[in-house]
Each structure stands twice: as C-alpha cells, then as structure tokens.
Design a protein. Structure first.
Lengths: 178, 175
C-alpha cells in the first residue's frame, strides 16, 4: 500500500485507479449511511476521492489502516457539509433522557445490511449523530465541533436515536410474532 | 470510548461490511469521470495565473501606450501626469518678489493641467505688470535726490514774473 500511495503522490494513474477500486465500494456505503439519496451519495463519494487525490501530498502513510481512516474522514466531512448545506439536519437540544442501552442480542443476530437499513430509518439528525458516535467512533466533543452544536445536544440526540432504534426493533419483533 | 456491547457489535459489523472490497456498480464509468476531473485539476490551478499575468501585461502596455502617445504627438503633458508647479518659478525668474499667500494657494500639484496653465499665465501677467511698474517708478525717480527735488519744485520760468512779484512784497519775502 505504501508503494501505491507513493505512486499516487507522483500522479500515477494506475496507482490511483487501484486505490479507487480498493476503497470505492466501502466509501459509497459509508456515504449512503449519511445521505439516503443514492445519486447524492455517489456524488459525495466522487468528491471525496477527488479531494483525497488532490491533497495526497499532505498524507503521511502510517500503515494500511491510515489510508482508509483518512479517506473515511474526508468522506464523512463531505457528507456533513452536504447535510449542512441542504439543511436536512436541525439538531436541537432535547431533554436529557436517561442513557439508553441497546439490547446486544438483537444486533448479534442481525446482518450488517439489516443494521444499516435499521439505521437508515432514523431521522437525519439522529442518524448523523448515531453514525458519528457509534460507527465512526467520534467523541461527543468532536461531534459537537463538527456539527456546531453543544455536547449536550450531541448526547441527547444519541439517546433519542437509540430509543428510536429500540422502538423500531420492538415493532419489528411484534410484527414477526403476529 | 463507547463501552456499550451493542454499540460495539454494530460498529464491528458495519465496518466489516464497508471494508469488504468488491466491484462497485458502474465502477469503470465512475473512475473515468474521476480521472477526467483529476486530469483537469492542475490546469485551473495554474492557467489563471498565467492568463492573468498575460492580461495584466497587455493592459499595462495599453495604458502605457495611451499614456505616452498623446504626449509624444502633441507635446502636451497628458492630464494624468503630475506637473510640477512651474508657475511658481516664473515670478522668481523675473526678479519679482512673490506673495507667500499666493504661492501657497496656487502652487498645488493636485490642480489640473489647464488650471496649472491658467495659474502660470496669471502669474506671468502679474509679474510683467509688476516689472513694468517697477521700471516706470525707476524712470520717474532720478538718481540724484537734489536734482529730483529741484525738478519737482522748479518754478516755471515765466517772463516778467520777477517784476510781478515785486508788486507783492510779502510774496518776495517768503520766497
């Protein structure tokens, strides 16, 4: 991977193509988690790759994971920018509910695709905070800075997201039982 | 960090799902589009600089041409030129003392060339008048004060005047 990155830095087309082929699918799935519209998600993924290759001179290779991590960061930023511009996320501080804990056993039995489908049912604001905290692993402080909200808002949005997920799961379970 | 086990499970599963490589639908077309965009990338970053540099040079030369051409052709200084107040020099050359107030008021470099020219003409006229007056006063005033006095108070020689004076003894005494 180090060689590919070094070649990309010199503008090698085949290296760029190889990198694109390796990460394109995963990055598109990531964008789809934030932006429901398939066309917009594809556009954001392309913008992310363009930025990645345009700024690759600044990237310092620190193992294979560093490439994916940096690329993900770019993609997440692209998605957040898109959501901010389209004003689809309006995060308001909601009453701080008691910390909600999700039932692990339900998720263990679910496939990744099912989980993603479940997350996609959340409203934009809840989904964004849930994605950033649970899947990307950002702290509430980082989320607050990224979304320009308070840490309290980020926490309350996450709790609301978890509550909503639990409700959806219960409705599904009831549906199966009937 | 998040220690919730359900969250850990979600994170692991989703990340695994997204890190699984594979061919994306329409990947070749997407790559072609991206490649085209990347090809165009260095051009817009450099071209405007050279274009703007060339455009700036052309504009500069044009302005310089327009600036210098009228001056060369007519011998006049273009309106945009900064003119030193030559008007202020003229009276001094002619040996006329200049009023300080006038100099302060008129020797401004911000006046338009036409105004400068008018000022110069006015000063020249003033200087000429002053010189003329000076010459006239010099002509009227002789060098010898005694002669001047004699000339000034000389009585006209009238025939038979003395005889007439004799008729008035008081006047004779006074004279």
């Amino acid at each position: 991977m180090d060689d590919i990155i070094a070649a990309c830095k010199t503008g090698d087309k085949s290296a760029q193509k190889q990198l694109f082929a390796t990460y394109a699918k995963g990055m598109l799935l990531l964008c789809r988690r934030y932006v429901k519209d398939a066309h917009s998600a594809e556009e954001l993924m392309m913008n992310g790759f363009y930025k990645f290759f345009s700024t690759i001179e600044r990237f310092r290779y620190a193992g294979k994971d560093s490439v994916g991590a940096w690329m993900k960061r770019i993609m997440v930023n692209e998605c957040l920018m898109f959501l901010r511009e389209s004003k689809s996320i309006r995060l308001m501080s909601e009453e701080q509910a008691a910390e909600h804990v999700l039932d692990e056993t339900v998720f263990t039995s679910m496939s990744a695709q099912e989980i993603v489908q479940l997350i996609n049912q959340l409203p934009d604001g809840y989904r964004t905070v849930f994605n950033l905290f649970v899947i990307e692993g950002y702290s509430h402080k980082e989320i607050a800075a990224l979304l320009r909200v308070s840490e309290g808002t980020s926490k309350s949005q996450l709790n609301k997201a978890k509550q909503t997920l639990q409700k959806v799961l219960e409705q599904k379970r009831l549906g199966y039982e009937r | 960090m998040n220690d919730n086990r359900a969250e850990e499970t979600i994170r692991r599963k989703v990340r695994e799902h997204e890190s699984t490589g594979g061919l994306l639908e329409g990947q070749a077309a997407l790559w072609a589009a991206l490649d085209e965009r990347l090809e165009q990338k260095p051009v817009p970053s450099r071209r405007p600089f050279f274009i703007s540099l060339a455009a700036a040079s052309v504009v500069f030369l044009l302005v310089l041409g327009f600036y210098l051409y009228p001056a060369r052709k007519t011998g006049r200084v273009p309106e945009t030129a900064t003119i030193k107040p030559e008007a202020g020099r003229l009276p001094a050359e002619l040996g006329v003392q200049q009023e300080s107030g006038v100099q302060q008021e008129e020797s401004t470099t911000t006046a338009s060339p036409a105004a400068q020219q008018r000022i110069a003409v006015r000063r020249l006229k003033k200087a000429k008048i002053a010189t003329q007056e000076q010459k006239e006063s010099e002509r009227e005033k002789p060098d010898d004060p005694a002669a001047a006095y004699a000339g000034l108070y000389a009585m006209p020689q009238i025939a038979g005047a003395e005889e007439q004076l004799d008729q008035y003894p008081l006047c004779s005494q006074i004279l």
